[in-house]
Every structure is written in structure tokens, then in C-alpha cells.
Design a protein around this ligand. Structure first.
Ligand SMILES: [Zn+2]
Length: 174
């Protein structure tokens, strides 16, 4: 994975862009959290679930089906005022996680099409250095190199996306 921080930034940016006034802050925060949720499979990884198995790291939790299910549960539990919008945004934020993982240069690919197809996929273009599993390892020299590649390929585009929509919105309002 890219580090948890970077997944959260991507999820936050996605939903800030599409937010509804009713959930100006709740939705981006939940989306940021949702973009990290797939890596809760690291707990299973530490307990000995094989990496390449269906429930392993980057397995089912890193699929489109999981993202859509998770988005639906979250939307109809917490965002009843705008469930469809929340469903789309939370699902997008969640699926941004495996898509980012597929741009990393280490580990196994993601089971993006599970449970229909359990093969692991990467993108052909993988500029992001893979982060060590676990937060502790993040604060090392290697962690810094990982972080810089994430800033370059995720944080800057995220900030650009939010900034662009902010300007568009201002123009539309005035
Ligand atoms: Zn991951």
C-alpha cells in the first residue's frame, strides 16, 4: 500500500470535490477513513492469513465489489439525507485504495475483480514506492522515500483537484 496517510488524502479529496452541503465535513472524513479500510486486511496478514489468498492482503477487501458494498452500508447507515451521493463518493474513495496500490512497485497486485476473478492486478505504470506494512516502519529513511513518491503522485494531484473545483465553484457562484 501507499501509507495510510496517503490513502486518506486521496479519499478526502475525492469527496470534497463531490460533497453535498448537507455533509460538508462528515462525508470527506468518512471517505478518508474508507480509503484506508481495505488495509485492515493487514491485521489478518499479521495473524498468518496467506498474502495470496482470497482473504489475504490486497485480496477481496481491495476489490470493486467490496468498495460498492462498503459504500452502500456506510451511505444508508450514516448519510440518509443523501444516500445515493454518499454511496457513489464513499465507493469511489474506497476503490481509490486498490487503484493506488496497483500503482505501487512492490508486493502482490490487487484482486480488483474478486470474487469473480481472484487474479491479482497491477497497472503497467507504477511510480509509487511501496510502503512497508504497518505504521511503525513508516518513520524510517525508506519511509521518507516512499512518502516523497506519494506526495508527488497522490498528494499534489489531490490538492490540485480540490483547488480546481474550489475555483470552478467560486466562478459559478459569482
Ligand atoms: Zn492496500
Amino acid at each position: 500500500m501507499p501509507s495510510v496517510f496517503t490513502h486518506a488524502v486521496a479519499g478526502f479529496a475525492l469527496s470534497r470535490v463531490g460533497m453535498s452541503a448537507a455533509y460538508r465535513w462528515q462525508l470527506p472524513l468518512v471517505a478518508a477513513f474508507s480509503a484506508v479500510v481495505p488495509d485492515l486486511d493487514a491485521i489478518g496478514h499479521m495473524l498468518g492469513v496467506p498474502y495470496a489468498s482470497f482473504w489475504g492482503h490486497r485480496g477481496f477487501s481491495h476489490s470493486i465489489v467490496f468498495a460498492v458494498l462498503w459504500g452502500g452500508i456506510v451511505a444508508w447507515t450514516f448519510f440518509r439525507k443523501a444516500p445515493w451521493l454518499a454511496w457513489v463518493l464513499v465507493s469511489l474513495a474506497t476503490v481509490s485504495h486498490p487503484l493506488l496500490d496497483m500503482c505501487t512497485n512492490g508486493g502482490l497486485g490487487c484482486a480488483l475483480f474478486a470474487p469473480i476473478d481472484n487474479a491479482r492486478y497491477f497497472f503497467p505504470w507504477r511510480p509509487i514506492n511501496v510502503a512497508p506494512i504497518g505504521v511503525g516502519a513508516f518513520f524510517t529513511k525508506h519511509g521518507l522515500a516512499v512518502f516523497m513518491s506519494e506526495v508527488q503522485f497522490v498528494w499534489l494531484p489531490s490538492i490540485g483537484l480540490m483547488g480546481g473545483f474550489f475555483l470552478l465553484r467560486r466562478k459559478a457562484n459569482g
